[in-house]
Design a protein around this ligand. Structure first.
Ligand SMILES: C[S@@+](CC[C@H](N)C(=O)[O-])C[C@H]1O[C@@H](n2cnc3c(N)ncnc32)[C@H](O)[C@@H]1O
Length: 196
């Protein structure tokens, strides 16, 4: 996967990495910032997604499509499509541009919707990356876990960067007997949940 990233995708990844770095220091309002995962988290997600069992691949929180590009590499390996949700119109526009430039618009379905209103329609989920506003994590988790296939993975971002705010969510997950869960200290901290 990582040895064959197409040049046009690498170029868009680098553009978004630069934009995201600038975003973090130029005082732009929180919701307008890209708030992307770092590249090492992208690689981690792609490896986990490529290794997940058969089933659907979903992302909640596309922003400009950076993490989705990493997941699209795994989807190409799996022979699957990626469904990614984004609620803000300006981010949808950016993400559409990303998928077109990166050459993955044929395998990525960008859904312009609050994911909570649509997740019930997605059963047989093999992999889900959750990276939205922290207030919606529990709701998205509840909807996804019941639709995960056996051995399916849900990975939630920002577990270390938002440790205090997400503590009740993490505590709920590690005590949920339907899954095994652990926090991995990579990037902003990833909660990896596997359906038993
Ligand atoms: C942290 S950013 C995602 C970054 C992206 N995963 C990446 O690494 O490139 C969170 C995004 O989730 C979107 N979002 C927040 N709540 C959402 C919801 N309920 N449904 C869909 N998108 C949502 C926000 O508009 C924002 O663009």
């Amino acid at each position: 996967m990582f040895h064959k990233i197409p040049p046009q995708m690498l170029k868009r990844m680098q553009e978004l990495e630069t934009l995201d770095t600038v975003d973090r220091v130029d005082g732009i309002p929180h919701l307008q910032r890209l708030r992307q995962i770092p590249p090492e988290t992208g690689k981690f997600l792609a490896l986990m997604c490529a290794s997940a069992p058969a089933g659907k691949v979903i992302e909640i929180g596309a922003s400009a499509g950076y993490s989705a590009m990493w997941l699209s590499l795994a989807c190409q390996t799996r022979g699957d499509r990626l469904v990614t949700f984004e609620v803000l119109p300006e981010k949808v526009e950016l993400a559409n541009e990303t998928f077109r430039l990166a050459g993955v618009d044929t395998i990525v379905d960008l859904v312009h919707k609050d994911a909570r209103l649509a997740l019930n329609e997605y059963n047989q989920v093999a992999f889900c990356f959750l990276d939205a506003e922290k207030e919606v994590y529990q709701d998205c988790y509840d909807k996804i876990i019941s639709n995960l296939v056996r051995g399916g993975l849900l990975i939630a971002d920002n577990i270390i960067s938002h440790k205090e705010q997400l503590a009740p969510f993490v505590s709920h997950a590690v005590n949920d007997h339907r899954i095994d869960a652990v926090v991995i200290p990579i990037g902003k901290g990833e909660l990896v949940c596997r359906k038993t």
